[in-house]
Design a protein around this ligand. Sequence first.
Ligand SMILES: [Fe+2]
Length: 309
Amino acid sequence: MQTRYAVISDVHGNLPALQAVIADAERRGANAYLLLGDYIVDFPWPNEVAETLRSLRNATIIRGNKEERLLNARVWRGNEQMAATEWTYRELTPENLTYYSALPSSAEITDDSGEKIRLFHNFKTLIREPRIEIFRSSLFHAQMGMSRFTIEDANLRYREAVLNRSDAMAEIAELPDGVYLWGHNHLQSKLEIDGKLLINPGGCGVPLDFAGAAPYTLIERTAERWKITQLRVKYDVQATVDALKASQFSKAAPVWVKLAEKSLLGGRDYFAPFRNYAHELGLSRGEPDYPVSNETWRLAAATFDWDSL
Ligand SMILES: [Fe+2]
């Protein structure tokens, strides 16, 4: 039987989103799972997400920058900008902390067809994707320039943006043929360029391109080509936000939780604009640029234009 892979990235602690995606993938006959990192921090279910991942059969699972950051959580103790990471670190059972910390940073598998599938969290390790503006979640909507668009519109724009960049094209040309899976920017995309298939399943827990559903992508090798199905699974987003706001996590990291709520409900990135604003404020107050002091973090939350996006 041909392998049907469910590709999932950037769960960010959003257990209801992950459960909805897994249930949909099972219904659609997925028999393998490829997970691309960032399982924790923005929502209060880091242990439940770990246990769900550990229960998946036939899964290849790599880590993201959020798991890497766990290793530094103790350094930032008491800093409010880092409160979400610190809360997650304290909340995790020793087994789940070890589980996340031990995940590999990339992986390569070989499909039954002989094709290689490579997993990365951040494509920057392959091409300098963040320098192409449309791939930056904070610039994505402005780059799209339309109030309403479909995933097909977005795929076309991504393709245009890459084709227009000779530096990116040269980097892609150097890559061995095959399938490349990546996450990190929380934007669902698929590109077929120069014999390479570049697929980002989107931000399952916090999509920053579309609101109201959890994205993932199914891939399956058919006789001559890869069949790619970009999906968005509806689930109760409002109930998830209500549970987030009622959680202990919300008390420990209130500003972070507001960013998660706004981003999830709006389907766009509040994190980067807010972080940039707070850092500018910190610099103007003569602070080191990262992380900012608690006073600056609170002042930023009080003065940021939350309705500007
Ligand atoms: Fe992420």
